[in-house]
Design a protein around this ligand. Structure first.
Ligand SMILES: [Zn+2]
Length: 255
């Protein structure tokens, strides 16, 4: 028996299936991540096929059967779509990276309202250009690490407990956390965090204002968070979408 379910959902990914259909990965509010098919979704006249598209925020109705791997979408309505995420290069790049994080790292069938709301919020902020896409992405990444259970520990030195850590050179060990300048020689494997990178990570984690052009530092913060995640999830090989867009930028600049 299949059960008819109505829920809010964000479309994470879409692929062609057969001659006429599409299969999408959805992050739903009530059932978490799942796959679903839109039959006839590749027909240009299919309204359903058009609106069930990555980054769209929808109200969907689908037939759910736990024994089935792919559920069947019966109808969908747009709650919100974010045009800038499809028209502006950087917004597209970083929104794809957000979708990739959720698609590849969140377990299936586990609802997470906080993450769901965080996703909608970050897309709205990006669509309204409240901050640079790269900064919004880095804020989301920091929040996402915490949701996965790999929150950055930036509050005190893991060895001596010292809390005043700004303005010095620090070390970060992916398992143990932060080490102050006096204790950093006691940790074997670590990543050096200079004062600027440390304060950027604190701003991202605590949603503090970032002023001036900090793009280079934000890039470093993103690389640091990617390394942190790779350490904890060996299957994670880094964000594919960022690589694709960076290569595209190189090609465009060489023309
Ligand atoms: Zn210390």
């Amino acid at each position: 028996m299949s059960e008819l379910i109505k829920t809010e959902a964000i479309v994470l990914h879409k692929i062609k299936y057969g001659d006429t259909s599409v299969i999408v990965t959805l992050f739903t509010k009530v059932l978490g991540k799942l796959s679903a098919i839109v039959k006839g979704g590749r027909n240009p006249k299919s309204k359903l096929g058009l609106i069930v598209d990555p980054s769209n925020y929808l109200q969907i109705v689908f037939y759910n059967k736990d024994s089935r791997e792919v559920q069947l979408i019966s109808s969908a309505d747009i709650i919100q779509h974010y045009p800038k995420l499809k028209s502006d290069f950087d917004s597209l790049k970083y929104s794809q990276a957000i979708l990739e994080l959720v698609k590849t790292l969140i377990p299936e069938h586990e609802a997470n309202t906080k993450l769901f709301n965080g996703l909608i919020r970050i897309f709205s902020l990006m669509d309204e250009s409240k901050e640079l896409p790269i900064i919004l992405f880095a804020r989301f990444f920091s929040f996402f690490l915490a949701e996965l259970g790999y929150q950055l520990q930036l509050e005190y030195c893991s060895r001596c407990g010292k809390k005043e850590l700004s303005n010095t050179e620090l070390s970060y060990n992916y398992d143990l956390g932060m080490f102050c300048s006096s204790c950093r020689n006691h940790v074997l494997e670590s990543f050096t965090l200079n004062a600027e990178l440390f304060s950027t990570l604190v701003c991202l984690k605590y949603n503090k204002k970032i002023s001036g052009d900090k793009t280079a530092l934000i890039e470093k913060a993103i690389q640091f968070m990617e390394k942190h995640l790779k350490h904890h999830i060996p299957d994670f090989k880094g964000l594919h979408s960022l690589k694709v867009f960076n290569n595209l930028t190189l090609q465009l600049n060489n023309k």
